[in-house]
Write a protein of this length. Structure first.
Lengths: 332, 704
């Protein structure tokens, strides 16, 4: 573990002044919130900041539901959000995604903001015994391309990186058109969650659009996402406490036997939380019957690229979409 | 007189200590002036190294950086313990500039704090001169192990022609990946020298072997090494051998001139201790229409290191489990640039039986015969390999009892014939067997005038309940209430016990405890001229002490001795998403006498859940390009969690009285409960889906 100084600022503006930067391995200053991911990265010598700026006590941890929709303070824990009655009732997709994540102990500790910014589980990123990782050491190569890539992405990949974004929460939020509120030295801004994470392209070491010093202060979910029939489906290698092999977040509005509108996002397959507008367009107006659902879900395969061990995800993710839509549609 | 305690469901005597955190594990001993060590490990699979330690030496708190350049030359006198590979030489640490596997220790940092040691280890600069490495088992030609070929290739009858002529044939290849034990407690050693004497607080399944190995490594007398290991937080075989980190801790302490603590990280657990080897097996069965086996050809090979030939009993069960006149087994190894594998729960049997019992199921399908019936038709009346009678064999009773409890008679043999909503339901079964092992053991019993007793043996308890069951045996034999008896284990100052593995602790240590207690009791009663032990001790007013040594006689020459069992499982498979859930498991075991049904059941359930891991999720994903374990952590290496354990788990111990195996009449339970689970699940998945998966683990991608 690289020696670091832990800064414990008294308020948010003091925190911002340190200029911490999330998601860059060469950043000398980083934030730490719940620490469930950061501590692993520090221990493994993947992250080596000189200074860690603790966000404990300086960020909002409130959960509010109003006419504008849902607002989750960045410091709210996964457990608090997952079990919040209004979230469970009006945004069950979020609750489901959270309860399908990690373990109770982790959910008690991990925060909303930290969850969105957790780093990939790509084993080549997390093992400094591999020299090649463009995310960790820009220009060093990607050991996953021809390596053990069963865990890796088939959407949004590049020749430089195929690491999967690990968050379940982000997948549900992307499906619900959520945004993140960001505060930096230059003031506040709001970014759609679908724009928070960058595609790896040839700069996989730049994971988000956050500028130095900026911090996520809240997540907002528009009110129109409430009340949709939804389902978060997660396929994984064991029944609990495991990252997704493939996950599908689906929210639909029915019109009799037809689907009026649908939102579909996937986890476990994309280099970022992956929304599927083409599948959504095909589902809108589609009959709620297996063949139509399968036909729409097949569009998810557009633009996919398997790398061998992960080829199966292209088929599995289509099936996951169909199943999630079926379950969501069957919900009263 | 007290009621008999052997056979009673006594709760764990150490349970409270464990759940309150009061049990002291190796890393938790308080030793004054303790320094901390961290290991630098190779990131090359083969080659030579050059090390620059300048930055590490200047790092804060660093006491010493030990490499091959400055390490004391260690004696490494010959020593082979039971768990060591018979052929080859153990890994020597920090003695030269060669590396032959990923994760090989190449430097040791000793510092004031753990953080300082870890940081300094991370800034040691190593340059590698890589050489060609064998890291892909598919490109390695397997060879027979060193020794007599007849040990590795065994033939009876005419297996080739019998197979060719058989009316029904199955001939398939079955693959098991490397698996790691993944106990929750990391390996840890605290080493403290006083002149030429060494004390080690260590996580181990055999304190005496650690003492003897480290004595040989350092060229000192084994009597000068004391090893203390009262509690082990799971091991599953990973603590049988004395691994190089123990040497490193002792070396660090010697160089630093202070006690040193070394705790492996989770990632290091995949490099610093052994693992269940990756195996490839081909099983060919030939049978006639009536289900009679006419030929079994079973061959397999497994990975091992370049410096030791590790082998396990991969094909042993094949030679006697089912009756067959024509049998051929051939066991080979694939030496590679990996570290040496080791025994992992039910070593050999768990792997070999996956192939054999899967192939039996495939044969049953080919014959359109119930898989239980197929096994019953091939039930031998003696061990056809050793040509000896079984001391006892309860396979038929196990099949019957488990099938009845399971409701097997209701099974529709057709694949995909049972559903529950979207889920396809499958029922599968397999046999289980594991040898009865019994080794020399010693124990001491001390009766005190206050009516209590102290009983001790240098055994280990990695979780099966040695603390409790030995207390039971002692109290039962002495005729004392259990709370008056204090059993102690895990210290080389106590009478010697055999290795805590091979399911032999109850047979061996239990028999020694029984013998020592019987001796002490008889002596007390005789000397006090009393009929009742508490009265005798009060009357004597002095300590009575007795030691006993037990050892097997010539039983092995007269009998083939094994535990047998059967496991039945129900799985649900989602045919669209490929997920498998185990819904029910019933295991029936003929394992001789059961000393503590409650703990025995717990041990069996643990083994069965371990089998779920083997069947559905466990896989150390080795990158064939360089031999690194890509998922060397507990997030990506999946072991079953509570949600994976089926809601219904039944364990049946069939009544079995075996007077031949050992004085206590026990056969051991630690391993057998894992055997047969993986094939039973694979067979159930076939029944559910019609898909035969011959490569473990059966993850969703294999069922799409």
């Amino acid at each position: 573990m690289h020696p670091f100084v832990l800064e414990r600022p008294r308020d948010l503006s003091a925190a911002l002044s340190f200029g911490a930067q999330a998601g860059r391995n060469d950043a000398p200053v980083e934030y730490i919130a719940g620490g469930t991911d950061m501590v692993q990265l520090l221990q493994e010598y993947v992250r080596r900041p000189d200074r860690l700026v603790s966000l404990a006590g300086v960020l909002d941890d409130g959960i509010e539901i109003g006419s504008q929709g849902l607002r989750l303070g960045a410091a709210a824990t996964m457990a608090e959000v997952a079990t919040h009655q209004a979230v469970v009732e009006r945004f069950p997709l979020i609750s489901q995604a959270l309860l399908n994540s990690a373990s109770p102990q982790v959910r008690n500790q991990a925060t909303m903001g930290g969850n969105l910014l957790q780093r990939t589980r790509c084993p080549y990123f997390r093992d400094v015994g591999y020299e090649a990782c463009n995310k960790r050491a820009p220009g060093s190569g990607c050991a996953a391309l021809d390596g053990e890539n069963r865990w890796h992405a088939v959407l949004g990949t590049s020749d430089d990186c195929i690491a999967v974004h690990p968050s379940d929460l982000a997948v549900a939020l992307v499906a619900l058109d959520a945004s993140v509120e960001i505060r930096g030295a230059g003031g506040d801004r709001s970014v759609p969650l679908s724009d928070l994470h960058r595609l790896p392209r040839d700069t996989p070491h730049l994971e988000t659009v956050l500028e130095p010093g900026e911090v996520i202060t809240a997540i907002t979910v528009p009110a129109n996402a409430a009340g949709l029939r939804s389902h978060y489906l997660k396929v994984r290698d064991r029944a609990s406490f495991e990252f997704a092999v493939v996950a599908a977040a689906v929210a639909i509005e029915m019109d009799g036997a037809r689907i009026r509108q649908a939102r579909v996002a996937l986890g476990g397959v994309g280099t970022k939380p992956w929304r599927l507008p083409n599948v959504e367009a095909a589902l809108a107006g589609a009959e709620f019957e297996p063949a139509a659902l399968r036909q729409a879900a097949a569009l998810a395969a557009e633009g996919t690229q398997g790398r061998g061990h992960n080829d199966f995800k292209i088929e599995l993710m289509q099936r996951a979409i169909v199943r999630a839509v079926e379950i969501a549609g069957a919900r009263a | 007189m007290t009621a008999a305690l052997i056979g009673k469901s006594v709760s764990r005597v150490d349970g409270r200590l464990k759940v309150t955190g009061a049990a002291t594990y190796a890393a938790e001993f308080e030793v004054p002036n303790l320094a901390h060590a961290a290991v630098v490990r190779s990131i090359a699979a083969n080659g030579r190294i050059a090390i620059d330690t300048a930055k590490a030496e200047r790092a804060p708190g660093v006491i010493a950086v030990v490499t091959h350049r400055n390490a004391p030359r260690l004696a490494y006198q010959p020593h082979k313990g039971l768990p060591d590979a018979a052929v080859g030489e153990r890994l020597h640490v920090l003695q030269d500039d060669r590396v032959n596997h990923q994760g090989q220790p190449i430097a040791l940092v000793v510092a004031e704090t753990l953080e300082q040691a870890v940081y300094a280890a991370q800034v040691v600069r190593v340059t590698y001169r890589n050489e060609a490495a064998a890291t892909d088992m598919e490109s390695v030609d397997p060879v027979l192990p060193t020794g007599k070929p007849a040990e590795w290739e065994i033939r009876r009858g005419e297996p080739d022609s019998a197979f060719e002529q058989a009316e029904f044939r199955v001939d398939q290849t079955y693959v098991i990946p490397r698996e790691n034990h993944n106990p929750i407690e990391m390996f840890a050693t605290i080493a403290s020298w006083q002149d030429n004497s060494l004390t080690l607080w260590d996580k181990t399944q055999w304190v005496h072997n650690v003492a003897e190995e480290i004595a040989a490594v350092f060229g000192i007398a084994a009597d000068n090494v004391r090893v203390i290991s009262p509690f082990v937080g799971g091991a599953f075989g990973s603590g049988l051998r004395c691994w190089p980190h123990v040497t490193l801790a002792a070396l660090g302490a010697r160089v630093a001139g202070r006690p040193v603590k070394l705790v492996l990280s989770r990632r290091e657990m995949y490099y610093g201790v052994g693992y269940r080897p990756h195996t490839v097996q081909r099983a060919a069965l030939g049978a006639s229409r009536d289900g009679q086996l006419h030929a079994i050809r079973h061959e397999g090979f497994q990975e091992t290191s370049t410096y030791e030939e590790f082998t396990e009993a991969l094909l042993s069960a094949t030679r006697f489990l089912h009756s067959c006149p024509n049998v051929h087994t051939r066991h080979r190894i694939a030496p590679m640039n990996v570290h040496t594998p080791t025994y992992m729960r039910a070593p050999g049997e768990a792997s070999g039986m996956y192939a054999l019992e899967s192939a039996m199921d495939e044969l049953a399908v080919a014959l359109n015969m119930d898989p239980v019936e197929l096994r019953l038709r091939n039930e031998p009346d003696r061990d056809e390999f050793k040509d000896l009678p079984f001391s006892s064999r309860s396979t038929k009773e196990c099949y019957r009892a488990a099938a009845e409890r399971f409701g097997w008679a209701q099974r529709n043999a057709a694949p995909r014939s049972m559903r529950d909503g979207r889920w396809l339901i499958g029922w599968g079964m397999a046999s289980a067997t594991y040898p009865m092992n019994y080794a020399p053991a010693s124990a001491l019993a001390r009766l005190l005038p206050d009516g209590t007793a102290e009983v001790m043996s240098a055994a280990s308890d990695m979780g099966p309940g040695t603390w409790t069951s030995m207390t039971q045996v002692a109290a039962d034999t002495l005729g004392l209430p259990i709370e008056r008896v204090k059993f102690t284990l895990g210290d080389t100052r106590l009478p010697r016990a055999p290795i805590h593995g091979g399911s032999m602790t109850m047979a061996s240590v239990g028999s020694a405890v029984q013998a020592a207690c019987r001796k002490a009791r008889d002596e007390a009663l005789a000397r006090a001229d009393a009929n009742e032990i508490e009265e005798a001790m009060k009357r004597l007013g002095q300590v009575i002490e007795a030691t006993a040594d037990v050892a097997p006689g010539d039983e092995t020459k007269r009998f083939s001795m094994h535990a047998f069992g059967a496991v039945f499982v129900e799985v649900a498979v989602d045919p669209d998403l490929g997920e498998t859930r185990v819904r029910r498991m019933v295991g029936a075991y003929g394992a001789g006498r059961v000393v503590n049904p409650k703990i025995a059941r717990s041990q069996c359930i643990g083994g069965m859940i371990g089998g779920i891991g083997m069947a559905l999720m466990e896989h150390s994903v080795v990158d064939p390009r360089n031999g690194r374990v890509t998922n060397a952590n507990l997030a990506e290496y999946a072991v079953p969690v509570h949600a994976d354990a089926p809601p219904v788990m039944d364990v049946i111990f069939v009544d079995e009285h075996d007077p031949h195996v050992n004085p206590l009449g026990v056969k051991g339970l630690g391993e057998i409960a894992l055997v047969g689970v993986a094939p039973a699940i694979a067979n159930a998945i076939f029944h559910a889906t019609g898909k035969r998966v011959r490569e473990l683990p059966i993850t969703p991608d294999k069922l799409l």
